[in-house]
Design a protein around this ligand. Structure first.
Ligand SMILES: [Mg+2]
Ligand SMILES: [Zn+2]
Length: 431
């Protein structure tokens, strides 16, 4: 399976596929209220056809509160959708799915009065469509012309493309809400070009099969190491949070998310399966594109059950506290995004951690699993290299250890020697 394949592109409708309409009577810019008001934007058919030709599903996910507000009927909405499909078909393009949220929290029409999970910025519409059409939101994009599209896409774990212009009002609003789209494009055609070229491109650090994460919950430690440019993700656990006594968990995680571009592992603390899933969904809702749910490998299989359920919901997991190759294999089979081997605890138990890492990597490669091995429980700089060379995809390193890694006494001695030589040269330099 290609790690960078693109399964689907979710499209907002109004302002992305068809023109927004200025309704003179009410003075608002909104969706078309009549079938006749539906007009496709330029090159939309060509853009969608390109996705069709590349076997990428095209799925409309759109809030249509106009029915709830009595602007038009469900029948008119249906007719409008038919016209949309016909006009696209005339250009050789097709939609693989159309999903509307008809609800509104203040609808005058009680039939549609609901605080639902599908109205964007909530991700429900995307998640339902993804489930029904068997696509992975983590391997999909959303294209939208609103903050709510980008928020919904991020919450579902999609890559996001905003239609707009850099520095436009909307971009400034996003700046202030700390919601940044992955890309900005002027129209759908340009957005599709981004999808088709970036489908093969990797994010920073992704190209490497050996990455480094920082094992901390301290913002100060993150800020100290991040400028080195070596860290592509972060892991935390309960012990790490204990060291940060007095901080608010959610606020701290959000602080971390604002600094770290890559995956951020946070551990669930409940023991019952239901509670664990509830907790995982809540954490993931903070930023599903970055949050990874750490689930312990409970001896009764509960951790595997949770990882398997969360994988189906498109929530990333890190099955943790693994001490043996067979546990890693189980985690991979359950659909874990990451599997964490505790290097020094394996050693404490009398086993060979390098052997566990090497065997695990071999199983993952031979089985073509998506799971990446994180090696944690690092106590000295030498452990980092042993773990990396044994086959870890990622080594997660405590600040204290990482700080020691650039230092070598011979390097320091050499630098001092060169400095002295330069001093002597400067003294003797011809004026
Ligand atoms: Mg829109
Ligand atoms: Zn809804």
């Amino acid at each position: 399976m290609q790690p960078n394949r693109v399964d689907a592109v979710f499209l907002d409708r109004d302002g992305v596929i068809n023109e927004l309409i200025f309704h003179e009577e009410s003075g608002v810019i909104d969706s078309p209220f009549t079938v006749g008001q539906l007009k496709l934007l330029p090159r939309v058919g060509a853009a969608i056809k390109l996705l069709n030709d590349n076997n990428i599903k095209v799925i409309v996910v759109s809030n249509q509160p106009g029915v709830a507000r009595d602007h038009f009927t469900e029948a008119i909405l249906e007719e409008t959708t038919d016209k949309l499909k016909d006009e696209l078909a005339a250009q050789g393009a097709r939609l693989d799915g159309v999903y509307y949220c008809l609800h509104h929290p203040e609808a005058p029409n009680p039939k549609y009065l609901k605080i639902c999970d599908c109205r964007k910025p909530k991700p429900g519409l995307i998640l339902t469509a993804a489930r029904e059409l068997a696509v992975d939101p983590g391997h999909s994009y959303i294209v939208g012309d609103n903050l709510s599209d980008i928020k919904a896409g991020k919450a579902a774990g999609c890559k996001t493309i905003l239609l707009g212009k850099p520095k436009c009002e909307l971009c400034q609003l996003m700046e202030s809400e700390n919601v940044r789209p992955d890309h900005i494009a002027v129209n759908l055609y340009e957005a599709v070009q981004i999808v088709l070229t970036n489908g093969d491109m990797l994010t920073k650090g992704g190209k490497s099969k050996m990455e480094m994460f920082l094992d901390t919950a301290s913002l100060e430690e993150i800020k100290a190491i991040l400028p080195w440019g070596v860290i592509t993700g972060l892991t935390t656990n309960q012990k790490i949070f204990l060291a940060e006594k007095g901080c608010n968990f959610r606020q701290r995680v959000q602080g971390i998310l604002s600094l770290i571009e890559g995956p951020v592992s946070v551990e669930v603390t409940s023991s019952s399966l239901n509670e664990l899933i509830r907790e995982a969904r809540e954490f993931a809702s903070w930023d599903n594109s970055k949050i990874v749910i750490k689930v312990p490998m409970f001896g009764d299989g509960r951790g595997l059950h949770a990882a398997s359920l969360l994988d189906k919901e498109g929530i990333k997991t890190n099955v943790t506290a693994l001490m043996s190759t067979r546990q890693v294999w189980l985690a991979a089979r359950a659909g874990a995004t990451f599997a964490s081997i505790f290097f020094n605890r394996v050693k404490d138990h009398g086993d060979d951690p390098e052997k566990v890492v090497a065997e695990s990597r071999s199983l993952i490669d031979r089985g073509n699993f998506k799971t990446k091995i994180i090696v944690g429980s690092i106590r000295k700089p030498e452990d980092v290299m042993q773990a990396a060379l044994a086959g870890a995809h990622i080594v997660t390193i405590p600040y204290k250890i990482l700080k020691q890694m650039p230092l070598h006494p011979k390097t320091e001695e050499t630098i001092a020697e060169f400095d002295r030589a330069w001093e002597e040269f400067k003294k003797a330099e011809a004026k």
